[in-house]
Design a binder for this molecule. Structure first.
Ligand code: SF4
Length: 340
């Protein structure tokens, strides 16, 4: 019965948690994932801050709990039509679903590092991203990372940056940089590691402990300053220019590896899908919500909800909590509609 059908778009942590909760409540949940695997970015990450648990420890139970949910991978939503009290959703696999509610858990895209040309991603071999480094931690194999002796991390890549059109903070990349700085010291104990930051936003519970561990246990250096330019010398080492904004002195350092902490943008695929029913992104690129002071779950369309990073950068616990909260809001919405 269509009244029991709910479509969840996006199989990352928010979509998985919402799908599992809605299934427990007795709904027919259809989970649509465009990639060939569930898990979103979480499935590509190695360990998670602040405790350093393996991503699988979080992801595997989330996936296991969706047993009973009708899941389509490698599938996209190609059209959504609003009917009187439901939505007609057409999938790229030819299936059509009549759903009482739709949840956008479409997540985020990492900022494309090559857009910041001055940092040299895609130009210099030894410039990599936070996502590349996670793959290295998982596989211990990357031809660009061969016993580096001096490693830099650049914070705020594509965030807090007028030039890229994103003035907002991506919230999680300071903690990710500190985590990765510790981890790379575990792999290369003799390496010198420097973080170039604008402000350190270690706001969450136990994040400060992680920062202190990075300094005291691993000897990571933190330099307040923005990198302005990256070049290469004849030995294929990186020449990084920055300004130390605490001492107001220009800096030039030679590095063997530079890691760019790319921030979060709204998912371009999510924006495309939401536009099918006239939902728009705000000036910061994330979806507009009905009343931001009441949380970010309600969209401007009746029966359409959000969860996770589609409405702004979020930590993993926040994302999972929001998936759970979205399930409750959808259940309340359907119950109220039935009683009308
Ligand atoms: S969390 Fe840190 S690195 Fe990320 S955008 Fe905010 S200040 Fe920059």
């Amino acid at each position: 019965m269509a009244i029991k059908n709910i479509v969840v778009i996006g199989g990352g942590p928010a979509g998985l948690e919402a799908s599992a909760q809605l299934h427990y409540m007795g709904y027919n949940v259809f989970l649509i994932e465009k990639n060939d695997k569930l898990g979103g970015h979480l499935g590509k990450w190695d360990r998670l801050f602040p405790q350093g648990i393996q991503s699988e420890e979080l992801l595997n139970p989330l996936i296991k709990n969706t047993a009973g949910v009708k899941t389509f991978v490698n599938t996209e939503v190609v059209n959504i039509n609003k009917l009187e009290k439901q939505y007609n959703i057409i999938l790229s696999n030819g299936i059509t679903i009549l759903a009482r509610a739709v949840l956008f858990a479409t997540g985020f895209d990492l900022f494309p590092a090559s857009k910041k040309e001055e940092y040299g991603y895609g130009i210099y071999d030894k410039v990599i991203t936070n996502a590349d480094l996670e793959i290295f931690f998982r596989t211990k194999s990357d031809s660009r990372i061969v016993n580096p002796l001096k490693i830099g991390f650049v914070h705020c890549v594509g965030s807090r940056d007028e030039k890229t059109g994103n003035r907002q903070c991506s919230k999680v990349c300071c903690a990710t940089a500190v985590k990765q700085a510790c981890e790379i010291k575990e792999v290369f104990p003799n390496a010198e590691v420097i973080c170039f930051y604008m402000d350190l936003r270690m706001f969450g519970r136990k994040y400060e402990d992680l920062y202190l561990t990075a300094q005291k246990k691993y000897g990571v250096r933190f330099i307040r300053g923005r990198v302005s330019e990256v070049g290469e010398n004849i030995n294929h080492q990186l020449i990084v220019k920055a300004e130390d904004t605490l001492s107001s002195k220009p800096l030039k350092v030679t590095l063997d590896l530079l890691v760019l902490m790319c921030g979060m943008n709204n998912s371009s695929e999510g924006i495309k899908t939401a536009s099918l029913i006239g939902l728009k992104a705000d000036e910061d690129g994330f979806f507009e919500t009905l009343n931001p002071m009441q949380g970010s779950i309600f969209s401007h369309k009746k029966g359409v909800f959000y969860a996770g990073a589609a409405t702004g950068p979020k930590t993993l616990p926040e994302t999972i909590n929001e998936g759970r909260a979205a399930a409750i809001c959808i259940n309340n919405y359907i119950k109220e509609e039935i009683n009308e």
